[in-house]
Design a protein around this ligand. Structure first.
Ligand code: PFF
Length: 452
């Protein structure tokens, strides 16, 4: 049918697939790499508490809204927004949500792929024994050497984008369903194994635990709240239409509220477990929790370098982190890809190569921002830092807020109530959250980011 997404005409085969794909999108570098390092930078417990509140009060209601918008139209996010806008007789400008979603996904993937490339590079180096017997400061030196080495990073960035394009081009069914069914449970198992290590072998588990859960209210600064909210959006893949795009493939008889709760729960669990793995190791090796983007790479690798069989375990760990990143990367391209194939009738493979190629190219800027362009700064930030900041603090919260206002105030009530199929009480609770809490929370962080 003209203007229809060819992949959306079919829904996913199995009722678990949406769940798996949404969890695959949500669980990624945001949980394993980013959560521990930002929690570390903002002092632990206070940040974690605000983050958990954001997940529950803002994340879950928005997850339901985005999925419902996708499923009710079975179109790409941009066309979904267009159709619902015209069905509701609303102002056409709402389609900006769809445009922004595509743009945001593009920007995120440019730096996401660079970090995923680091993980791939670590997998390789662990396997080949580069880190064997190194102490933490030597491992830290290796991390710095990697970021200073542009060709090596470009190699792995290219490898990661090539894999992303390959899997995405194979299509939603063949590319996504099969791989995820095996990889997500394996990743979880490996994280549990590492958690066991942190608990029993570091001798610092309780120290890490207290760092993450003892709330020192004096540490709740405006900046920490802004970061926690940005992280909540990022980790749940919200505010850029990724779950709208996936919602379009969700079978009609799946329960959206139940799925949303499960995805949020699994995602949060993964982040918490990652923190509980990282911080005890950080203390055991005399590292700083506030070390920044290298935290995961340096702390975990120091542990792998000094345990029996660590090379293989470390290899497996970073391979799985790369795979978790891959299942998120796919969802970062999907909104644009779904729209390009709908709009121009372009073949999925050609479209993926074109979009992936453009992302790869812009991503070179992030690679270079660690070395040759380290002095190139905009608003005092390198390209890598700026891409993360703009998406976390502006684009994702703004996209999320507009989606919430659209779903809560503009859309005909029947669309959401039909998709969500909840009891009246629960529905009213959701409606209150989406109409009031989500927009107010986002406005609050904009206010804080600007004036504090
Ligand atoms: N949620 C992913 C992570 O935590 O790594 C990142 C991400 C994927 C953000 C997809 C946004 C998105 F649409």
């Amino acid at each position: 049918m003209a203007g229809q997404n060819p992949t959306a005409s079919k829904t996913w085969n199995n009722r678990w697939t949406f769940m798996l794909a949404a969890a695959g999108s949500a669980i990624g570098l945001g949980n394993i790499w980013k959560f521990p390092y930002i929690a570390g930078q903002y002092g632990g417990g206070a940040f974690v508490m605000v983050y958990l509140l954001c997940i529950a009060l803002v994340g879950v209601p928005l997850l339901m809204a985005e999925t419902s918008i996708g499923r009710s139209t079975r179109l790409s996010p941009l066309n979904a927004m267009r159709k619902l806008t015209s069905d509701s007789g609303a102002f056409r400008g709402w389609e900006i949500v769809g445009w922004m979603g595509m743009f945001t996904g593009f920007i995120i993937l440019t730096f996401y792929s660079v970090v995923a490339g680091w993980a791939m590079s670590y997998a390789w180096d662990l396997l080949t024994g580069t880190f064997d017997g190194m102490n933490a400061s030597q491992v830290g030196g290796e991390f710095e050497a990697l970021t200073l080495d542009a060709p090596r990073q470009i190699f792995w960035h290219t490898a990661f984008m090539a894999l992303t394009v390959y899997i995405t081009a194979r299509g939603v069914h063949k590319g996504l369903e099969k791989g995820l069914q095996v990889m997500m449970p394996t990743l979880f198992a490996l994280l549990i194994l590492m958690l066991g290590y942190s608990m029993f072998a570091t001798g610092n588990f309780m120290k890490g635990f207290h760092f993450m859960f003892d709330v020192d209210f004096s540490k709740i600064t405006g900046e920490a709240v802004v970061a926690a909210m940005g992280q909540a959006f990022f980790t749940l893949s919200l505010g850029m239409c990724a779950l709208m795009a996936y919602g379009a493939y969700m079978p009609a008889n799946n329960s959206i509220p139940r799925t949303a709760l499960s995805v949020a729960f699994l995602d949060t669990l993964m982040a918490i477990i990652s923190g509980l793995i990282v911080f005890p190791i950080v203390y055991a090796h005399g590292l700083e929790p506030s070390a920044g983007p290298g935290l995961l790479f340096v702390s975990l690798t120091s542990a792998f370098a000094n345990m029996t069989g660590g090379a293989y375990l470390g290899f497996a760990f970073f391979v799985l982190v790369s795979i978790a990143a891959l299942s998120s990367a796919i969802s970062l391209i999907e909104p644009t890809l779904a729209w390009v194939t709908e709009r121009f009738g372009m073949n999925r493979i050609a479209a993926t190569i074109m979009i992936g190629g453009a992302i790869w190219f812009v991503g070179l800027g992030s690679v270079l921002s660690f070395n040759h362009w380290a002095e190139v700064k905009f608003f005092g930030k390198t390209i890598f830092d700026l891409s993360g900041y703009v998406t976390d603090v502006i684009l994702l919260p703004l996209g999320g807020m507009l989606t919430a206002i659209f779903a809560g105030w503009v859309l005909k009530r029947s669309v959401m109530s039909q998709e969500l199929a909840m009891s009246v009480g629960m529905y009213n609770l959701w409606r209150f959250a989406i109409r009031i809490i989500v927009p107010a929370a986002v406005l609050l962080i904009f206010y804080t980011a600007i004036f504090k």
